[in-house]
Design a protein around this ligand. Structure first.
Ligand code: B12
Length: 211
């Protein structure tokens, strides 16, 4: 069985112990971290497909997500290691209100922080006003809004609309992301960009700040 197959087994079976063991193996044996994160991410998406096809029920999907989060918690300190001396800009990030999906958002937050951004992670199910208040409070350069549901992605638009109403749209770059987000949606709501994964999200954050 390949390492990728093992990651898939851990996630699809919702085996938290195995997920942690594989994550620890990646860290201790200095295996390729990005490859491991990709393998886990692929597996959790497969769990989502099984859920959509009716093969998986919600408790099984939740168990898979818990296994995924357990692995990510082991990767998190490694992702953040040793890069605190650089300072690229301030980011406020969260998953929009009504939406509890936080795995992808947390991955983006970890990689931004690893690359030298000061990251204020507000968590999941975050009201629009909390994003805006925090961005003003810390004088953020970028607001990152994650949404995984076609219903909650409307909150990304609400946030941008409120920035416009308050006449502070130009103060912040607004990046959006999550599985349902398309280029058309970015243009429609007037966001500054989106990215399909955490590595591209970091590149995008740098490019919108001209770094
Ligand atoms: C895991 C999961 C869950 C877990 C979440 C656990 C957690 N703590 O996050 C649990 C089981 C709790 C869950 C619940 C639900 N889920 Co769910 N879930 C998923 C699943 C399988 C994977 C999401 C995930 O973690 N992916 C892995 C990460 C790494 O990828 P990602 O999130 O896409 O993030 C990457 C990029 O999008 C990008 N990115 C993300 N955010 C941002 C932000 C910025 C600024 C940028 C630049 C980039 C960026 O970078 C990330 C890292 O690479 C998806 C299926 C899918 N294909 O996405 C369904 C899915 C999103 N869920 C779905 C549904 C329907 C639900 C529920 C409503 C189910 C229910 N009937 O109750 C509830 C929602 C509750 C709520 N109010 O939020 C649907 C949504 C359908 C739709 N069209 O809206 C999906 C698509 C499943 C499906 N195929 O039906 N879910």
């Amino acid at each position: 069985m390949t390492f990728g197959d093992e990651c898939k087994e851990a996630i699809l079976k919702g085996d938290i112990g195995l997920a942690e063991k594989l994550a620890n193996k990646t860290v201790n044996e200095k295996l390729d971290l990005n490859e491991a994160i990709d393998a886990f991410s692929l597996a959790i998406r497969e769990a989502g497909d099984l859920f959509e096809e009716g093969e998986f029920f919600l408790p099984e999907l939740m168990r898979s997500a818990e296994a995924m989060k357990a692995a990510m918690e082991i990767f998190d300190p490694i992702l953040k290691e040793g890069k605190e001396d650089r300072y690229l800009g301030k980011v406020v990030i969260g998953t929009i209100e009504g939406d509890i999906h936080d795995i992808g958002k947390t991955l983006v937050a970890s990689l931004l922080s690893a690359d030298g951004f000061e990251v204020h992670d507000l968590g999941a199910d975050v009201p629009v006003s909390t994003f805006i208040d925090k961005a003003i409070e810390v004088d953020a350069n970028i607001i990152c809004i994650s949404a995984l549901l076609t219903t909650t992605m409307l909150g990304q638009k609400r946030l941008i609309d409120q920035l416009k109403e308050k006449n502070i749209r130009d103060k912040f770059k607004v990046l959006i992301g999550g599985a349902p987000i398309s280029k058309t949606w970015v243009d429609e709501i007037g966001a500054d960009g989106s990215a399909e994964n955490a590595v591209s999200a970091v590149k995008l954050a740098k490019s919108v700040l001209g770094i």
